[in-house]
Design a binder for this molecule. Structure first.
Ligand code: HEM
Length: 549
């Protein structure tokens, strides 16, 4: 712990008296004058806390000069969708430990990943999750360890590698529907915008192209609704992700699943980085139309669960995630409250669609930009599939090393989850990277920056799947933070690999692709996850060589 010097104590006391004198303003002060004084008091308190430095965090460089005083710079970058880049740039400039807010420190080092996220670490989920949670906690936002273990045990079978056989046929079926659409669009390409539309794109100019971003979002949403709740939304067949939902008040509405999720992320993601202010800021911005999307998303989850419960009560035997939630392994009802069932639906439809849709989009971008890689991948896929196979059988492609390396390399360069997933140090404090961090401090590691460490990933900006096949490939894993790490890492990673593997083996086997132009770049914008913008792609059927011709 740091030792206070005499000069530091004097400075601390001086600021302390200034702040104290303001907070003890006599009640007879004229109201407007009082407001003016209070508006000065707020920033002064921040300055006071900075010099007081109770937690000795002043030893770490600030992400910006203002960051040690206020969360505003972090929130500002979040509102512009480039928080992850600002953190990366700060680490490049100042080193592996950077203070990103008055009570928030980012650690860009694998030792920190072990200390913060590792099994056995005493940190817990940050207040960030508390303010975002609803009446009931779900698997991702529950802070209590026992409650988390209980939830994770209940769902473990559904998410396990062995459990994948239950979902393979759904993924194959949805991929088949996608192929039917892409076959149709080969002849008559139709460009559809999504919430990720790029304002700089001249839409006239993209005639003859499909929006691959939109289709990957639709695929992921359709697949997870079916895997999770047996909800046959058939969005791929419809060619859009419009859901029709009856809310508890009996009102029926139609809206885009993706829009509901995306705009509710957009409105919440900047303000949540100041958890103490979140509720106030939400109230102040309650007029904003994006909050309506948040309501839509909640209504959608409630509706999905109601529909699923109706089928359960009618005695229908279904095979989906909800079977695990509704009954134990002996078939006895679990009787979870409705709020908990809705909360689990919310995380499943969110984490299970947004991230995978993003990952599926990014892979194609990197493959088209690196044609020799695409050719090598095709060679591998063609070697195990027949020319006439319209959908890749998972059994044939699940162990293809180059395919897996292509997926991992895309998720390294463009991790769908760029967020520094925040954790709170325990009351007694902990040591991170050899530094003592006092209790109740927000700590985290940045995937985007970790994945650009040139020592671990030489030539870090190059898309080079071969690095995942090299002799030292195992050593890269602890630096790969796409799915976070430890006991709270992603439980859905087997599901997303299943989806990505089948979709990409199928698509590279069947189609050729072209971007709008050689220099065209895919935009990325972070809300909670980092979402690619719309992606115009020209597709056409391949002439598949028969018998190794
Ligand atoms: C490329 C795809 C995916 C990525 C990049 C990803 C990433 C992550 C990350 C970084 C976390 C930790 C979040 C935190 O600590 O706040 C997480 C947790 C979680 N993910 Fe995923 N995920 C993906 C796919 C999925 C899928 C397909 C599902 C569901 C079907 C899913 C469900 C979950 C759940 C329930 C948690 C909470 C786990 C816990 O706290 O025990 N994810 N994911």
């Amino acid at each position: 712990m740091p030792i206070l010097t005499a000069s530091r104590i004097a400075a601390t006391q001086a600021v302390s008296y200034a702040a104290l004198s303001l907070s003890c303003l006599p009640s007879f002060t004229h109201p407007p004058a009082r407001q003016v004084i209070i508006s000065f008091q707020l920033p002064l308190n921040h300055v006071f806390e900075y010099f007081r430095d109770r937690k000795a965090l002043r030893r770490f460089p600030g992400m910006t000069p203002l960051a040690p005083f206020t969360n505003l710079p972090y929130m500002y970058h979040a509102s512009r969708g480039r928080r992850y880049k600002a953190v990366h740039e700060a680490h490049q400039k100042y080193g592996p430990i950077v203070r990103v807010g008055p009570n928030s420190v980012s650690f860009n080092d694998v030792q920190a990943v072990r200390d913060i996220y590792g099994h056995g670490s005493a940190v817990r989920k940050d207040e960030f999750y508390d303010v975002l949670s609803g009446t009931h906690r779900h698997l991702a936002d529950v802070a209590d360890r026992d409650d988390h273990s209980r939830k994770r045990r209940v769902l473990a079978g559904a998410y396990s590698q062995a459990g994948l056989e239950h979902w393979e046929h759904i993924v194959a079926d949805r991929t088949r529907a996608l192929v039917q659409q892409y076959d149709r669009l080969c002849n008559r390409p139709v460009y559809q915008c999504t919430p990720h539309r790029d304002p700089h794109l001249n839409l006239e100019h993209v005639k003859g192209f499909i929006n691959h971003r939109a289709w990957m979002g639709i695929f992921a949403e359709d697949a997870i609704s079916q895997i999770g709740l047996s909800a046959d939304l058939h969005m791929i067949e419809a060619g859009n992700d419009i859901v029709e939902v009856t809310a508890l008040n009996g009102k029926t509405s139609r809206f885009s699943y993706r829009e509901a999720l995306w705009y509710s992320h957009r409105i919440q993601s900047p303000m949540v980085w100041s958890p103490k202010w979140f509720k106030t800021l939400a109230q102040w911005t309650s007029w904003h139309p994006w909050w309506r999307h948040n309501d839509n998303y909640t209504n959608m989850c409630v509706y999905f669960v109601q529909q699923r419960l109706k089928r359960y009560e009618a005695g229908e035997k279904l095979d989906d995630f909800y079977t695990y939630l509704l009954e134990d392994k002996y078939g006895s009802a679990n009787f979870y409250p409705m709020g908990e069932l809705v909360a689990e639906c919310s995380i499943m439809c969110n984490a299970g669609s947004d991230t995978t849709g993003t990952a599926l989009t990014n892979v194609l971008y990197w493959l088209i930009k690196n044609m020799e890689t695409l050719t090598a991948l095709r060679g591998e896929v063609d070697s195990v599939l027949e020319p006439g196979d319209s959908v890749a059988a998972y059994d044939r492609v699940k162990h293809l090393p180059y395919l897996r390396a292509c997926l991992d390399e895309s998720m390294r360069l463009t991790p769908p989850n760029t967020m520094n997933v925040p954790r709170l140090t325990p009351g007694e404090g902990i040591e991170i990277m050899g530094e003592w961090i006092p209790g109740h401090t927000t700590v985290h590691s940045p995937p985007y920056a970790m994945h650009r460490n040139a020592v671990i990933f030489p030539d870090p900006l190059a898309y080079r799947p071969e690095r995942w096949l090299a002799d030292n490939a195992k050593d890269l894993q602890p630096h790969f933070l796409t799915f976070s790490a430890g006991a709270r890492s992603c439980i859905g990673r087997n599901i997303t690999y299943l989806e990505q593997t089948v979709v990409w083996a199928t698509l590279v086997h069947r189609y050729e692709f072209e971007l709008l132009s050689a220099g065209w770049e895919l935009s990325q914008r972070e809300a909670f996850t980092c979402s690619p913008g719309d992606m115009p792609v020209k597709i056409w059927r391949r002439e598949i060589p028969v018998g190794g011709e």
